[in-house]
Design a protein around this ligand. Structure first.
Ligand code: FAD
Length: 487
């Protein structure tokens, strides 16, 4: 049963998969903090549900303050101090960030959302902000103490998140050196962040995604009248990720700064989404590990037919089989981390490697989230009836997993964007060239021809039939990549 033992600790699992782990002591300390303090805080916050928004102070002035539990701040600030955001820019590598996210999300998948969107604010500011803008705002996002500012990434509006070209109605009007944004953001995680990046359409720009630009929106009060620069209409009461305040945001002539050239906005928006999609895959895999670890702990104690249920052949086989798939899903997600780490500072026009990254990221986001939901359901079943009771925790992983599949693009979006990068950039050829070093030649050939058959279909039929082939490509790639990560 030695191999199943790696399920119990995120760091042990990472050690079993990766040849070297930078900042090992930092991750060990993080894991220890979560075991001794964080787990209890995270459970309390999940049970307590959505925090309140205090909209007015006692003199009737609009304040839109989120009333967090004190413990929430303790849990949240811990990861920022450890460097989940600042290390990426200081060390010029995303590896420490995603290693921290894996470790943390084993204990709380939700709290990695604020970290992800803060990273998704700091990175475009560092890449595309003017020197003046960077000097003014970047140091606050990279502070190493509890005064660190948080970021947020606001794209989705009421009209829909999948079709951003049609859904984004927020308008940007030039105002001297700055811009003014007016519109409503409908799913805005980390509402009340000190800085956000938001998608908006500069007045007069073309319809569709090509007309979108990316803006930096600070929360501060405006000089002219002391009013808030944006307003929180309400917070969403969600089934999970309750450690993230996700709200509705009203932008009303809100002061904003353009990032990069306006006509390249869609590329910047996709770069932000890429950082989040990779985070989402990493968090999904950690959630699989956590759900399995809890199921294992229970199965070792519960007896049926005279044995601990983990020793019954059918359940034992399921554990071992699922552990193999966990390793494959990790390999696919980690490949997306490694590729992103190589291309995250690229600007358009991008290299071939960037397009390969995009395909791997779509496969990883899709497959890791699907597997997380499936495993969370299975882990609940392992607990039998107790799995359905809120007091024992197994049901939480199912609630959390259901959000991971939707956040940052549903499975449909991943499949269709994956198809697009294959058709327009031939990214599948790059993927197959990479897999050729590790995959059996015949299996690779069969996968290639199955995919090519799909790509040759007429457009509507191709979309309609995409799921089965995309899924097989994800599983195939994950299984092959797992060979690279096994020791
Ligand atoms: C907890 C949480 C936090 C979030 N935080 C943020 C945030 O901070 N910032 C932000 O910008 N957004 C955020 N979102 C929004 C999220 O990214 C969107 O919910 C997601 O992109 C889907 O958009 P939608 O909800 O508008 O669904 P829609 O786009 O309306 O889609 C509805 C359904 O139609 C399907 N569909 C759409 N197009 C196609 C197609 N061509 N073929 C087949 N099916 C299709 C979708 O896959 C989906 O199943 C958050 C969401 C959640 C749940």
């Amino acid at each position: 049963m030695a191999s199943l033992d790696t399920l119990r600790s995120p760091l042990e699992f990472l050690q079993s998969r990766l040849p070297s782990i930078p900042h090992f002591d930092l991750l060990a300390a993080e894991q220890e903090w979560w075991k001794t303090e964080g787990v209890a805080i995270s459970g309390t916050i999940d049970r307590a549900g959505t925090p309140w928004v205090r909209m007015f102070d006692q003199s009737g002035r609009r304040v839109d303050e989120i009333l967090y539990a004190h413990e929430y701040e303790t849990m949240l600030r811990k990861g920022y101090r450890s460097g989940v955001v600042w290390r990426a820019l200081e060390e010029k590598s995303l590896i420490p960030t995603y290693l921290l996210m894996y470790t943390i999300s084993f204990y709380d998948p939700g709290v990695c959302c604020p970290y992800t969107v803060s990273l998704g604010t700091a990175v475009p500011l560092a890449k595309y902000g003017s020197a003046e803008l960077q000097a003014r705002f970047l140091p606050q996002l990279l502070r190493k103490d509890d005064s660190v500012w948080q970021g947020a990434t606001w794209m989705t509006e009421i009209g829909g998140g999948s079709d951003l070209g049609a859904g984004v109605k927020t308008v940007a009007r030039p105002a001297g050196d700055t811009w003014r944004l007016t519109g409503d953001k409908y799913f805005a995680s980390n509402a009340a962040a000190e800085l956000a990046v938001a998608a908006a359409r500069p007045e007069g720009s073309p319809p569709g995604v090509r007309g979108l630009a990316l803006f930096l929106v600070p929360r501060y009060r405006r000089n002219e009248d002391g009013s808030l620069n944006y307003f929180i209409r309400r917070l969403k009461d969600k089934i999970a990720t309750r450690s993230v305040p996700t709200g509705e945001i009203e932008l009303r002539d809100s002061e904003a700064y353009l990032l990069g050239p306006a006509d390249a906005g869609i590329y910047l928006i996709l770069e932000v989404l890429n950082l989040s999609r990779v985070a989402n895959s990493v968090v999904s895999v950690a959630l699989v590990q956590r759900a399995m670890a809890d199921a294992l702990a229970y199965a070792e104690c519960r007896t049926a037919f005279g044995k601990p249920i983990v020793d019954l052949p059918l359940l034992r086989h399921q554990f071992e089989d699922r552990l193999r798939t966990l390793r494959s899903a990790f390999a696919l997600a980690w490949e997306s981390v490694r590729l992103l780490d190589q291309v995250w500072m690229e600007r358009p026009p991008y290299s071939e490697r960037y397009h390969l990254f995009r395909l791997v990221a779509h496969l990883a986001k899709y497959w890791a989230a699907e597997f997380a939901a499936d495993t969370a359901k299975w882990a609940m079943e392992v607990h039998g009836g107790l799995g359905t009771l809120a007091e024992y925790g197994a049901e939480r992983w199912l609630r959390e997993a259901m959000i991971l599949a939707i956040w940052e693009g549903t499975p449909h979006r991943q499949m269709l964007d994956g198809l697009e990068v294959m058709e327009r950039k031939q990214a599948h050829k790059l993927l197959f060239a990479r897999l050729a070093e590790i995959a059996p030649a015949q299996e690779l050939k069969e996968m290639e021809s199955e995919l090519q058959r799909l790509l040759n279909l007429p457009p509507d039929q191709k979309e309609a039939e995409a799921e089965a082939v995309f899924r097989r490509l994800a599983v195939f790639s994950a299984d092959q990549l797992a060979r690279k990560y096994s020791q």
